[in-house]
Design a protein around this ligand. Structure first.
Ligand code: FE2
Ligand code: FE2
Length: 389
């Protein structure tokens, strides 16, 4: 495990640090005088950091690639309000030196407390059949262990270890609140749907080293896998009412709400409609929260373009603090690279003024990926063997 993470920059300003990172972006650029330098975006599970190697880059240019894991020695400083590192040494890490947990983000919440919240909700069920069904899932130790660790998605929301449980507890809370406002809603049925709606992700996604789809997940998707899991548990509950069974099946297969999002049926009863909207709400609220957190250092209340929501976002807290006369996003409504990647120059402290025209010699023309996306690319390029089950 590393002893320095990118989120620790503030306490180490102007200090030399040595740590491990994944290379999210590697660019070879030229200074005005024609000499080459390396412009990198380094990432770990806590964020990403612009890093420049200005001198003696000959070996470094050829010794590692984008998506590799490297050991870096350099000085941390701030440029234009953002943390940067001036790199002195770089070495590619061997496979045995890589601890993937340094790069896979994890929920900051206490997983055992989250699970206890699930248990408390299930204990409050009035319907004995739904209670027995969820208790059957909760008595399955392997399933509980997986439920506590699984991410809720590959990239769009709660894409971190423990993300599924985090998402489901949040969904339980909003379902519970909403059901109090709509007395016609069957609370136990709605909560049972919330527990089951993404449980197939335990088998749809692999998350040992990075988050990726399993072969089963790729071929069947989580809703089909969930029906299988439901039927398996129902087989042990003789006498389970057929009406409840079909309602649960519909809750599962309709929760994406639209045909184009993979649901073969639209939600057709109140609990199914509510589950769909609250699930959608919870995933979008988390996508917004995560983007504000990633871009907390930005002066502007506007974020960069959010690909999952297809828009830049306004951080209302920052906006109210700074007022109307704050910079607008670079190209509101259009995809823009992440703020780290869109720097006009790389902020070499003593040379920035000389290098506004720094040219890119070999540039990957895309926004800076997160550590996750870099890991996923690594998977896809077969540098790491994915687990399939
Ligand atoms: Fe889903
Ligand atoms: Fe969900």
């Amino acid at each position: 495990m590393k002893d320095f993470y990118i989120c620790d920059c503030a306490r180490l300003e102007n200090q030399t640090i040595t740590s491990h990172f994944v290379v999210a972006v590697k660019q070879v650029k030229s200074k005005k005088n024609g000499e080459l330098y390396l412009s990198l975006i380094l990432a770990d599970r806590s964020g990403q950091l612009q890093a420049n190697m200005w001198d003696n880059v000959g070996d470094a240019i050829s010794n590692f690639d984008q998506d590799d894991f490297i050991k870096v020695k350099g000085i941390l400083h701030k440029y234009n309000g953002r943390w940067q590192m001036t790199v002195h040494k770089i070495r590619k890490l061997g496979e045995s030196e890589i601890d993937y947990s340094d790069y896979l983000p994890k929920t900051s919440k206490d997983v055992d407390k989250l699970w206890q919240t699930v248990c408390d909700y299930v204990a409050s069920f009035q319907n004995p059949w739904l209670k027995s069904l969820l208790e059957a899932f909760m008595a399955d130790e392997a399933l509980v262990a997986a439920y506590k660790n699984a991410p809720a998605a590959k990239t769009l929301h709660h894409a971190f270890v423990g993300g599924l449980l985090d998402h489901v507890v949040s969904l339980f809370n909003v379902c519970d609140l909403a059901s109090r406002n709509y007395p016609q809603v069957n609370r136990d049925l709605l909560l049972a749907g919330a527990f089951l709606h993404d449980i197939g992700k335990l088998h749809e996604l692999s998350y040992q080293r990075s988050i990726t789809y399993t072969t089963k997940g790729q071929l069947l998707g989580h809703m089909i896998i969930e029906l299988e899991m439901l039927h398996e548990k129902l087989a042990g509950l003789s006498g389970f009412p057929a009406e409840l069974k079909i309602l649960l099946e519909h809750l599962i297969i309709s929760h994406h709400g639209q045909y184009e999002f993979g649901s073969p049926k639209l939600p057709m009863f109140p609990e199914a409609l509510m589950l769909h909207y609250l699930d959608d709400l919870d995933s979008k609220m988390e996508a917004m929260r995560a983007q504000f957190e990633r871009e907390a250092d930005l002066e502007t209340p506007w974020t960069s373009y959010n690909p999952s929501l297809a828009r830049p976002l306004l951080n209302t807290q920052k906006f109210l603090e700074k007022g109307l006369e704050t910079p607008k996003p670079a190209a509101a409504g259009n995809p823009t690279p992440s703020p780290v990647a869109e720097e006009e120059n790389d902020g070499e402290p003593s040379k920035a003024a000389e290098q506004p025209e720094a040219e890119t010699v070999a540039v990957a023309e895309k926004g800076a990926p997160t550590a996750f996306e870099a890991l996923q690319r690594k998977f896809e390029s077969h540098k790491v063997t994915p687990k399939t089950n």
